[in-house]
Design a protein around this ligand. Structure first.
Ligand code: MCN
Ligand code: SMO
Length: 788
């Protein structure tokens, strides 16, 4: 199947630390983000959001608000119901039950922050004033807030799922009962990473401009999957896709949050069509924290059976997610728990039997969505922290217990039958140990303890499916597929435009995709322009999610550029009177192998293709623009690990991360500097989850952390120094051996934080099982008080 073939790429620009071409623009304030885009005559939107966790809507009084000068439209559910009954989300993992999210709450509100009324006015200020004048009468319904209770039944959070179950499934591979019956040691624990938000620097927003004269819609949206948003305009609102253009301009972070399609993004096009005016909606931070989707909170119970030496023979996992009031379209609340239970429990370890249950409880909270490392983070936390528990029990170092259990050779087939082609799993553990200089650390730790200072070392190793693809979904029995293309065009002067369906939220695709195209075509990096984020320029994309663009977009670019390469080679061979097999494209020149004086510039070849038929071989067809799809035929996996040294201040309970050591194996790196930036960013987000960030609901279901005063994200003052080492085990299935890595930092850093915290706590005899390890929790832990 040619769709899965990716011709090999020579490595010239690939692997170089090219400075990011987007940075001149982004770092000097010249980026154009959603809110920098204005259309003449645009109006502004604002929402009345539910003030209650659960309530029946008795009355919505809009009379005073609609009389306010400058107000153009006020919509409640009744105004739009006939046009769109809501967005249905379902996922093909076993046991995922469909749910529909209304665009505006109908009859019942189900979480604080849920959109209830849309107001469009001359300015955001007028729209906000109008929202304040709208009367919303609610009859209180019981708020369902405890996922561990509600998953058992009882009061219902959302009538569509009367048993409060959003997904429930289980599976078993290998003889788990035998493993536990014969175990010399059994260790188990319940891990609870807290509820967090992706909190991108740029909040959500969109601008819809419906042109009634041409029946065309333009939608700018800060999104990770603009093409999917366009599909939704058709699925939910009935717009012909050919009449829609969806544009994602520069994006100030997405981190998974912008991999959803939100009600607000469907309402702006509807209202713009109705009013025949452009309408902009940009949320504030409070809305973003209330309703932009929450993430990562889970209750993961995990249990290992081990033989007398410490070899793990079986693992049982139970992952429970607090899913909130609806499935977030399209991923649903399933991905968080399913992924934890089905994908992470064996990790890099040779564990022959695994059994798992995954569940998501429907509750009256903001829906659970994706955030970098969705599902993987909680699963890795449970697996890696329980590994340390087992090590402590057997008096083995965190390195030794891992080395004992790590998969010895490749290819390796896990109990579920998923094949891992290659990896550097054992080497990762060894390199981390060397980087940390473990004996020296132990000495320093012992001396520090004598002086009343508490140091801790935590390690965590991981394997992640990367380059998320159709092959990966199929390996897990899913039936969803991905569709991605790239368009490459060379113009008559030999410069190149690459259009990718996978836009960047900060990952640097403009740089890395140009590196790939430069190597395929033999032209300079500077002669290539990369365009992404618009739905009308040819290329298509399923979304910059699942650490896939480095693999998938570069595979698509490779195939499309290769088609142009073949054109160049054909004409160059004709011009140089040589065989096509002998033509080399390099440094902007086409030359004959072994006869370097016989050469012509690639620009001249391009010029000949456009303008000089006499230089063409017989039957030549002069296309210079190709769109090609590419997907991987099989899953691929990256691996790595982190070690962290922390210092716990016994007087305040504050944990400071002193140093991070990271090992990453993402195969061939297109750009090591970009890879290292991704590691740093992801790990610092992991430190946020580990030590600071938590969304807190009070007993009535009000979110009490709705600004950055209460919701504390990590900043430069808590960002530690890094030492990073790369291992390079190339993938055999991707173009040039690349594997994905954009999520790896956040996948594995929280586990390293918790392990380090617990190592620091060892003299106090306490072990913590939940994140974040705030000073308050640390003070309690030092007194031997550990909750949960
Ligand atoms: N790369 C490379 N060599 C490799 C692998 C990757 O040079 N062997 C480069 C890629 O070309 C790309 C970057 O590293 O420029 C990340 O690549 P990849 O792992 O393919 O991830 P994606 O580009 O698909 O980005 C998505 C991923 C996800 S899923 C989240 S969530 C996340 C993340 O990236 N969100 C981010 N990193 C982010 N970084 C920023 N700045 N902003 C976000 O919103
Ligand atoms: S959470 Mo990333 O968008 O897969």
């Amino acid at each position: 199947n040619p769709h899965f073939n990716s011709p090999p790429i020579t490595r010239n620009m690939i692997g170089k630390r090219v400075p990011r071409s987007e940075d001149a623009k982004l770092l000097t304030g010249r980026g154009r983000y959603l809110n920098d885009i204005d259309v003449e005559g645009q109006l502004h939107a604002c929402f009345v959001r539910s003030p209650a966790a659960h309530g029946r809507i008795l009355k919505i009084d809009t009379s005073v608000a609609s009389a306010l000068p400058g107000v153009h439209l006020i919509w409640t559910s009744a105004d739009i119901e006939s046009q769109c009954a809501g967005m249905e989300a379902q996922f093909s993992a076993d046991g995922c039950l469909p749910m529909t999210m209304p665009l505006l709450a109908k009859d019942v509100v189900r979480y604080v922050g849920e959109p209830v009324v849309l107001v469009v006015a001359d300015s955001r200020a007028v729209a906000e004033d109008a929202c304040d004048l709208i009367g919303l009468d609610l009859e209180d319904l019981e708020a369902v807030l405890d996922p561990r209770a509600s998953i058992q039944g009882g009061p219902v959070a959302n009538g569509e799922r009367p048993d409060n179950v959003g997904i429930r499934g289980h599976a078993s591979f290998g003889d788990v009962d035998e493993a536990f019956n014969n175990a010399a040691h059994v260790v188990s624990a319940l891990y609870h990473p807290g509820r967090v938000a992706a909190a991108p620097m740029e909040t959500r927003g969109c601008l819809a401009d419906y042109d009634w004269a041409q029946d065309r819609l333009k939608l700018w949206v800060s999104a990770q999957m603009p093409h999917y948003v366009k599909l939704c305009l058709n699925l939910y609102l009935g717009f012909d896709e050919s009449r829609c253009e969806v544009i994602s301009p520069d994006t100030g972070g997405g981190f998974g949050q912008k991999a959803h399609v939100f009600p607000e993004e469907m309402l702006m096009p509807l209202a713009s069509k109705h009013l025949r005016s452009p309408i902009k909606w940009v949320e504030d931070r409070r809305e973003n924290l209330l309703a932009g989707s929450h993430a990562h909170e889970q209750f993961v119970t995990i249990e290992y059976a081990a033989n007398a030496d410490g070899r793990i023979t079986g693992v049982r996992t139970h992952a429970l997610v607090d899913g909130g009031a609806y499935h977030m379209p399209p991923q649903t609340m399933a991905v968080e728990s399913w992924c934890t239970a089905a994908v992470t429990p064996t990790g890099v370890y040779d564990i022959p039997a695994t059994e798992y249950v995954y569940e998501a409880a429907v509750t009256n909270k903001c829906p659970m969505g994706a955030y970098r490392g969705v599902g993987y983070m909680a699963g890795t936390l449970a697996r890696e922290c329980l590994m340390d528990d087992l090590g402590r029990k057997l008096n083995m170092s965190p390195f030794d217990i891992r080395r004992l259990n790590v998969v010895p050779e490749f290819p390796w087939t896990n109990p579920q039958g998923i094949v891992f082609d290659e990896g550097s799993w054992l080497e990762t553990i060894n390199v981390l140990e060397e980087m940390v200089d473990y004996p020296a650390f132990l000495k320093r730790q012992a001396e520090a303890r004598k002086a009343g200072k508490y140091l801790g070392l935590g390690i965590s190793v991981f394997v992640e499916s990367s380059g998320e693809s159709t092959g990966m979904l199929k390996a897990h029995g899913m039936h969803e597929i991905y569709h991605d293309t790239a368009t490459v065009k060379m113009d008559s002067s030999g410069s190149v435009t690459v259009t990718s369906g996978l836009n960047s939220q900060g990952q640097g695709h403009e740089t890395t995709l140009a590196q790939v195209a430069a190597d395929v075509l033999g032209v300079s990096f500077e002669s290539i322009v990369v365009d992404a984020g618009t739905s009308t320029k040819g290329a298509y994309g399923s979304g910059t999610v699942g650490s896939r663009a480095g693999v998938i977009a570069s595979g698509c670019v490779n195939r499309a550029a290769y088609a142009i390469r073949e054109k160049l080679v054909a004409v160059a061979a004709n011009m140089l009177e040589s065989s096509e097999d002998d033509i080399v494209l390099e440094n902007g020149m086409a030359s004959v192998a072994g006869a370097p004086e016989s050469q012509v510039s690639i620009a001249d070849v391009a010029m000949a293709i456009y303008w000089d038929e006499s230089l063409w071989p017989v039957g030549f067809e002069p296309e210079m623009e190709f769109t090609k799809a590419w997907d991987t035929s099989r899953p691929m996996f990256s691996n790595g690990g982190h070690a962290m040294i922390v210092e716990l201040d016994p007087a305040t309970g504050f944990v400071n991360v002193e140093q991070v050591f990271s090992v990453e194996d993402c195969g061939v790196m297109i750009n090591p500097t970009i890879v290292e930036g991704q590691i740093r960013g992801g790990v610092v987000q992991g430190i946020g989850l580990g030590l600071f960030e938590q969304l807190v609901y009070d007993k009535d279901g009000n979110l009490s952390t709705t600004s950055f005063l209460d919701y504390q994200t990590p900043t430069m003052d808590v960002s530690p120094p890094f030492e990073i080492r790369h291992l390079e085990t190339p993938s055999k299935i991707s173009a040039s051996g690349v594997k994905g890595m954009g999520e790896s930092g956040l996948i594995a850093a929280p586990a390293a934080v918790l392990n380090a915290v617990n190592d620091a706590l060892a003299p106090f005899g306490s072990v913590l099982y939940e994140l974040p390890a705030t000073p308050e929790k640390m003070m309690r832990a030092m007194q031997g008080l550990v909750d949960l």
